[in-house]
Design a protein around this ligand. Structure first.
Ligand SMILES: NC(=O)c1ccc[n+]([C@@H]2O[C@H](COP(=O)([O-])OP(=O)(O)OC[C@H]3O[C@@H](n4cnc5c(N)ncnc54)[C@H](OP(=O)(O)O)[C@@H]3O)[C@@H](O)[C@H]2O)c1
Length: 238
């Protein structure tokens, strides 16, 4: 595992950054990429063990150029996402939900297709869905469909792209910068109340989810799997 080269699209924050640090600590050469130049520059300053790139997952040519420069790539991880699309059906903003697909489903597929010619013969691909694909939480029908669409890529691609491996991690609530749009106190109250309803009694850390990403990415017998690392959120209402 230690000689592998991994690229994490969305790896400048949250789960992707935590996975990048864990894989680099294990001796891999790890590249991370996202759109925001400031985030990319911060990685260069704060995590010099990582190689940071600026790229938009919706830009197929830019992704292909980046991956071609790393070819043959041993492992691709896609952790990008937007933050829109939740809401009860009666009031659901369908335009916002379309944007949510543009922010997660379509760039996921775009990155996969653009990277494909440059992947090693036995490369590993790891996607990230969400518990909304499995649970029955009111207000999540739209984002549940989005995350189910991402996770539905896993099984057919695990066969179609074999011997490359394709897996996904399906997290619940994670304490990452994804929540930074919510005022700090409201976020703390929401996490505290959600934790009480979760079987594990706490909101996941980025590192806990990253451990599953690392497992999916490195375990050479795992393919076609969706790992539910959600604190039991899919089992309860909270
Ligand atoms: N946080 C949660 O509670 C939670 C729960 C369930 C599932 N998830 C899923 O977990 C995954 C990781 O989320 P997170 O919490 O780690 O989020 P995060 O901290 O907001 O990180 C998302 C990363 O994706 C990048 N990104 C977004 N759009 C991109 C694009 N078009 N091209 C390239 N990079 C892009 C962002 O950087 P730039 O802005 O620089 O592009 C950022 O580095 C996502 O799939 C999310 O849906 C999160």
């Amino acid at each position: 595992m230690t000689s592998r080269t991994t690229l994490i699209i969305g790896g400048t924050s949250g789960v992707g950054l935590a996975a990048a640090r864990q894989l680099a600590a294990a001796g891999e050469t790890v590249h991370v990429a996202s759109r925001d130049a400031a985030k990319v520059a911060t990685i260069t300053d704060t995590a010099p063990e990582l190689v940071a790139h600026q790229v938009d997952g919706n830009d197929a040519a830019a992704v292909a150029g980046l991956v071609a420069g790393l070819a043959p790539l041993d492992a691709l991880v896609i952790t990008l996402a937007g933050s829109e699309g939740a809401g009860a059906l009666a009031d659901l903003d369908l335009t916002a939900l379309r944007r949510a697909f543009e922010a997660k489903f379509w760039p996921t597929l775009t990155v996969l297709q653009a990277a494909l010619p440059h992947l090693a013969e036995r490369a590993s691909i790891t996607l990230v869905g969400a518990v909304s694909a499995h649970a029955a939480m009111p207000g999540t029908a739209g984002i549940g469909a989005l995350n189910a669409a991402v996770e539905a890529l896993v099984r057919p691609l695990a066969v179609e792209l074999a011997p490359r491996r394709v897996n996904a991690v399906s997290p619940g609530l994670i304490d990452t910068p994804w929540w930074s749009g919510m005022p700090e106190q409201a976020r703390a109250e929401w996490f505290s109340s959600a934790a009480k309803g979760l079987p594990v009694g706490h909101v996941s850390s980025a590192d806990e989810i990253a451990e599953a990403v690392v497992l999916a990415s490195t375990n050479t017998s795992m393919t076609g799997a969706v790992l539910n690392i959600d604190g039991g959120a899919r089992l309860v209402q909270f």
